[in-house]
Write a protein that binds this ligand. Structure first.
Ligand SMILES: O=C(O)C1=C[C@@H](OP(=O)(O)O)[C@@H](O)[C@H](O)C1
Ligand SMILES: C=C(OP(=O)(O)O)C(=O)O
Length: 748
């Protein structure tokens, strides 16, 4: 059927029945692609036929379909692009007159009615009919609106039936692909429901709104003062009335359902306005804004949930350079998560400044919105959370998707274990491989009911309505996530809950709970709280993330001529391992303007290049620098002599196995790096070039990606870093800041 001719796909003849925007644009696109031998247009009016030929949309045009049918052969395609309710009449003309082997497909916006019309005419849907619907169009209509690029990067939904002939289906798919469109299949009923909600309902509302206002006695004034919002919102009320009447009648049941749902929501908005229910209004508006922003990001391929994972980002780092200037890296990820969690569970309104607008923290924010918390923002790092109290969360409408974030999943497990409702927590590929028994085990000891996937991996199903009791938990590993999970569950438990950690880990949970007025007793390695209390809203100023600042600290330490000042960085003593380790290696680091901000120590960090030496990293520094090792390995590769890391097996269960991922990449770049079970041994180059060039795989781990970008400062050749999309989880503007600082980084 569809054969290559001169290297191009060919359908024989294309017959377009109805030469308007949809049919005419297909004709133009296939002609431009050289994908068919001849295009014949069929239109009711002679004038349209003449225009279509005159505009070069079709090669010839006739007013009667029957005229051209005898000329058709196998491999030809008839595309029906008439208003939905006129499709049946076209089918009637095709009956008994269509030569064998010809494909028939259509572009009607409702598929159920097309199927019904086919059954009426043929007794059953014929196997040569491939029902379809291009999701492209505009408020413009008619032959003069046709464009050859209408379908580029648009979706075409085909709704083949069980008996649809595979050859005819393939022919239709190839035809649409030749226009630059993306083709997908969907069941008929699903198509009609989805379109009722996303296209047909908005048209009803737009037509209805404009008609309401047009009938208003004040209409002249209304239209005179109609601003951009009105114009944007009602653009689709300029669409073709016949086409839309047909769609309403053809998809009646699904549209009625969508209208009823919307009417109920409109009525509840009305009453919120009537009684001045500001919380309900903010709830609806903030949720809608987030959904719409998210949708806009999806369209620009910048979504922070699932579809994002499919996107490929490569860093290309040219060798050499130095870093300089004053930089403020984004807000601390650990504190950003916790600000949303505790702000949501507090009583009153919490204002957060410096919030990290990265995908991990945004996933936490979205999850609380899904549980009914009203959250304004983020706008330039400012978030306002209308806390609902410890018992005010509502069951979310579906699973909570936590993207790439281990912190979110483990802390959520704790704070959801004592809720009244069931909840499922899911994540992306990387998170789905990470161990969760480390939180499920202590929570079960507290009385929670939790199911995990195989081998204790996500998803987590947390059953609601369980009574929790306080426990005294000795952590088997130094993990702030496990500690925080148990303490958060302790808020809902009877009696006291204590955690004892084998080594100090970040203490943001304890500090922030205290900041919200919840008593936490701290005694060395032990933290204790009593369930049943309450938190009061407060103000949170999130400092810049030392884990993100690390990439620039290492960059400045290794690149000759560098001098950077990193502003307003959190230097909590449970997070400052990177400063201690780099200093031990000989780095020139100065902490300026030390101050306390909202209970957390903060400083500006100045780093200038200095010769580094290899060291044995003290094991007590490991938990204090746990996320900084990918960058520290790059520093080690530039140091004089051997660097040995031990006691860091936790690195194997992060977003990737960071020991293996870094060892593999360093070796590709010519570094002698020997992974061990709990660490790594790296032979540093000393002065001069430390890395060759090459392609390394970050395995979708943000910190591996950024570490290798920094390595380019001391490389001989270009370093290409694959799978970097997840840099947006913790440091969305990394490439921009790095370039501003002096790295020669391109994003492809
Ligand atoms: O509590 C937190 O915010 C974090 C704790 C650490 O994880 P572990 O507790 O698993 O070591 C760290 O790696 C992570 O990036 C953030
Ligand atoms: C380990 C990290 O994060 P998480 O565990 O939250 O995914 C990290 O940011 O390096």
């Amino acid at each position: 059927m569809l054969e290559a001719a001169g290297g191009r796909p060919q359908i024989g003849r294309l017959v377009v029945v109805g030469i308007g925007l949809i049919g005419g644009s297909l004709a133009l696109a296939l002609k431009a692609a050289g994908a068919c031998r001849e295009v014949i247009g069929v239109a009711r009016r002679q004038r349209t036929c003449e225009q279509a030929v005159g505009l070069g949309i079709v090669d010839r045009a006739v007013t009667g379909l029957r005229e051209v049918l005898p000329q058709l052969e196998p491999g030809d395609v008839v595309f029906i692009a008439v208003p939905t309710l006129a499709v049946e009449q076209v089918f009637a003309e095709l009956r008994d007159k269509l030569p064998a082997g010809v494909t028939v497909t259509d572009g009607a916006s409702v598929k159920g009615s097309v199927i019904a019309a086919a059954e009426k005419i043929w007794g059953q849907v014929p196997d040569f009919l491939v029902p379809g619907h291009p999701i492209a169009g505009s408020e413009k209509s008619g032959v003069t609106a046709a464009r050859d690029d209408l379908y580029i990067a648009h979706r075409i939904i085909l709704t083949p039936l069980a008996n649809t002939d595979p050859d005819h289906l393939r022919q239709t798919v190839l035809m649409w692909q030749a226009t630059g469109a993306e083709v997908l299949n969907m069941p008929v009923e699903e198509h009609d429901e989805v379109l009722a909600a996303t296209s047909h309902l908005p048209h009803v509302i737009a037509f209805g709104l404009v008609d309401t206002l047009a009938h208003d006695a004040e209409n002249e004034n209304i239209f005179r003062y109609a601003a951009g919002g009105f114009r944007d919102f009602t653009r689709i009320a300029s669409s073709d009335p016949v086409m839309w009447r047909d769609i309403m009648l053809a998809n009646r049941d699904a549209i009625l359902k969508a209208i009823d749902l919307y009417s109920a929501n409109l009525a509840s908005l009305r009453s919120a306005i009537a009684v001045g229910d500001s919380d309900q209004l903010m709830g609806v508006f903030t949720r809608a804004k987030a959904a719409r922003d998210h949708f806009t990001k999806m369209l620009t391929k910048k979504a922070y949930t699932e579809p994002m994972q499919a996107q490929e980002v490569t860093f290309i780092a040219q060798p050499g350079g130095a870093v300089s200037g004053r930089l403020r890296v984004p807000g601390d990820k650990s504190m950003s998560h916790r600000s949303i969690m505790l702000g949501s569970l507090a009583e009153g309104v919490t204002e957060v400044e410096g919030f990290l607008e990265g995908e991990d923290a945004l996933a936490t924010l979205q999850a609380f919105r899904d549980m009914g918390v009203v959250i304004e923002g983020p706008v330039d790092g400012r978030v306002v959370i209308h806390g609902v109290g410890l018992h005010g969360l509502q069951a979310p409408p579906g699973p909570l998707y936590l993207g790439n974030s281990g912190t979110a999943m483990r802390l959520f497990a704790g704070l959801l274990a004592g809720q009244a409702f069931d909840v499922t927590l899911t994540g992306d590929d990387s998170l789905s491989k990470r161990p969760m028994n480390r939180v499920a085990d202590p929570l079960r000891e507290m009385g929670a009911e939790i199911e995990t996937g195989p081998e204790g991996r996500p998803p987590l199903l947390i059953r609601g309505g369980r009574k929790l009791r306080g426990i005294d938990y000795r952590l088997p590993m130094a993990s702030a996530q496990v500690k925080s999970c148990v303490l958060l569950a302790g808020l809902y438990a009877d009696g006291e809950t204590s955690t004892t950690e084998p080594a100090p880990t970040r203490d943001h949970t304890e500090r922030m709970l205290q900041g919200f007025g919840y008593e936490v007793r701290r005694d060395g390695a032990c933290a204790t709280l009593r369930g049943g209390g309450k938190m009061s809203a407060g103000k949170i100023d999130v400092p810049a993330d030392i884990s993100s600042a690390t990439f620039f600290m290492v960059a400045a330490a290794i690149a000759p001529g560098s001098d950077v000042l990193l502003e307003h960085v959190g230097i909590n003593p449970t997070r400052d391992g990177v400063i201690n380790i780099l200093r031990l290696m000989g780095a020139d680091i100065e902490l300026q303007n030390r101050r306390s901000v909202g209970g957390e120590p903060v400083a500006d960090i100045r780093v200038r290049q200095a010769p580094l030496r290899g060291v044995r990293i003290p094991e007590d520094q490991v938990p204090l620098a746990i996320d900084e090792f990918p960058a520290l390995f790059v520093a080690a590769a530039c140091a004089d002599g051997e660097t040995v890391l031990t006691g860091a097996e936790e690195l194997r269960v992060k977003e990737s196995d960071r020991i293996q991922a870094m060892a593999d990449g360093l070796r590709i770049l010519g570094v002698d790096a020997e992974p061990t079970q709990d660490g790594i041994v790296i032979q540093g180059a000393g002065e001069g070039v430390a890395f060759g060039g090459g392609t390394v795989d970050s395995l979708g781990d943000h910190r591996i990606a950024m570490a290798f970008a920094v390595a380019s400062l001391r490389a001989r050749d270009t370093i290409r870093i694959q799978h970097c999309a997840n840099v947006a989880t913790s440091f969305p503007n990394f490439a921009e800041l790095a370039t501003r600082a002096g790295l020669k980084l391109q994003v492809a």
